[in-house]
Design a protein around this ligand. Structure first.
Ligand code: 5GP
Length: 184
């Protein structure tokens, strides 16, 4: 893999607003390409194959792990999630900046393997606000909400391992902060 300075990782706990921030970044800059991950999670209402994720069976996902087809992968809330190595390589070779929106374990794996990749950790304004955001999203049942919240505490404790930490009080301000980091 070449030029890992062109790889930007946005990470942070579920519910912190990574998706909204990333959507705004993509709206503002056509030279940034978002990597579409593979997952074994079932599609949510409105999610589309190849747009939100590549939805795979666990068997297929594990086969791809064996064949080393992922740049990183992790288990999250009972499902597998992974970044496809081939497409990331292809986009970087085309000169695009590649953005990964991934959970914390996978982000740590990439930072360990490729320290030159740029990593940004998004923090929630408070634990209460994080819980409110996950509940308002209305996509998870109570068990999944609690699992995501307890994992969030553990994830936030490792925020210091990343290059930059931004508190996501306001999407516009956070997006400005991300661009400042990318352009610097
Ligand atoms: P969700 O199920 O809410 O779409 O995603 C759950 C978590 O998995 C989110 O924190 C999301 O950023 C993360 N995620 C999505 N794709 C990947 C991936 O390819 N690798 C890793 N490690 N995490 C991912």
């Amino acid at each position: 893999m070449k030029n890992l300075k062109k790889l930007i990782i946005i990470t942070g706990p579920s519910g912190v607003g990574k998706g909204t921030v990333v959507k705004e970044i993509l709206n503002k800059d056509n030279d940034i390409w978002l990597s579409i991950s593979a997952t074994t999670r079932k599609p949510r209402v409105g999610e589309k194959e190849g747009k939100n994720y590549y939805f795979l069976s666990e068997e297929r996902f594990k086969d791809m792990i064996d064949k080393k087809e992922f740049l990183e992968w992790a288990q999250f809330a009972g499902n597998y999630y992974g970044t496809l190595l081939s497409t990331v390589n292809e986009k970087i070779e085309k000169g695009l900046i590649v953005l990964l929106e991934i959970e914390v374990e996978g982000a740590k794996q990439i930072k360990e393997k490729f320290p030159e990749a740029l990593s940004i950790f998004l923090l929630p304004p408070s634990n209460e606000e994080l819980e409110k955001r996950i509940r308002n999203r209305g996509t998870e049942n109570e068990e999944a909400i609690n699992e995501r919240l307890s994992r969030a505490k553990y994830e936030i404790a490792s925020s210091y391992k990343f290059d930059f930490v931004l508190t996501n009080y306001d999407v516009d301000e956070t997006v400005k902060g991300v661009f400042k980091i990318i352009k610097s």
